[in-house]
Write a protein that binds this ligand. Structure first.
Ligand code: ZN
Length: 283
């Protein structure tokens, strides 16, 4: 498999009892691994092909390590392959409750030393439900932090209780919903162009994965997301301004700016727009 050593750093924390498998978005055909929604094909070479064959039907990490040892596959080679799969969203992991408790204990012990394991990427075929789930997975730390900050601000008297409740009851749900609508807008454009999509989440990052589309579709897709997110904030900005509810206006404006920042040309949607614009003569 054409993997660089850097993929080692993307391998998540795995326990012996964790059941690992290959995402249904990936198909194994002989010496080739095909990422169906993306349309990418990876040529496999030993030992990657053996590891992926074992993952196809599900295997515990402990058994996979045993298999690797039997076949003379070194631990770095195994970790590298699993890191590559995690990077592409192709690794599935099922863990028992006891396993989660062990993992949390391990993380709590090692976190103070700065040794934080990479997260497991979460990738699913796109649906309203999977997108909603992925959105919640990506945004819950922000929501939790928002609730904590607002609570501390209320308790310490920095803001009034009413303002704090507006922040928690309006701003946080608006933030989560706007992220959902943003990604949904991307998928509508792609669906209109008959392009299959997956949703992928890794920590705070959330995105729609798809094969390369025409420049026109890429441009519309990139513009649609931030526009939908901003559009959802406009009624709140208008309401806050006309009814003189500063917190509603400020929260709506701040969230709209987050989506607007996505249009900056350096990364994400902005980078897609820039690339499409540079090739606009081909549209
Ligand atoms: Zn976007």
């Amino acid at each position: 498999m054409s993997v660089a050593t850097s993929f080692t750093q993307y391998c998540p924390l795995l326990l012996g009892g964790d059941i690992l498998s290959l995402s249904p978005s990936f198909l194994l055909h002989g010496k080739f691994l095909r990422d169906v929604p993306i349309g990418a094909t990876h040529k496999l070479r030993p030992p990657g092909d053996i590891i992926l064959s074992a993952l196809q039907y599900g295997i515990t990490f402990g058994s996979l390590c045993g298999l690797a040892e039997e076949l003379g596959i070194t631990e770095p080679q195994l970790i590298e392959t699993l890191g590559f799969l995690n990077c592409a969203g192709g690794l599935r992991r099922r863990r028992t409750l006891q396993g989660w408790l062990i993992a949390m204990r391990y993380t709590a012990i090692h976190a103070p030393t700065g040794a934080i394991n990479p997260a497991l990427s979460w990738r699913q075929r796109l649906s309203y439900k999977s997108l909603a789930y992925a959105t919640l997975r990506a945004t819950w730390p922000v929501v939790l932090l928002g609730i904590l900050v607002a609570t501390v601000a209320i308790v310490s008297g920095i803001i009034s209780t009413v303002t704090g409740l507006y922040a928690m009851g309006y701003a946080l749900p608006l933030f989560v919903t706007s992220i959902y609508i943003h990604e949904l807008a991307h998928t509508y454009v792609l669906r209109f162009a008959n392009i299959k999509t997956d949703v992928m989440q890794l920590r705070l990052r959330l995105g729609v994965m798809h094969r390369k589309a025409s420049r026109k579709v890429e441009l519309y897709c990139a513009v649609a997301g931030p526009s939908a997110g901003i559009g959802l904030c406009i009624p709140g900005m208008f309401y806050g301004l006309t009814r003189h509810v500063l917190v509603i206006w400020a929260a709506s404006a701040a969230i709209a700016i987050i989506h607007l920042a996505g249009l900056l040309p350096l990364y994400g949607d902005g980078a897609s727009i820039r690339r499409s614009w540079q090739n606009s003569e081909a549209i």
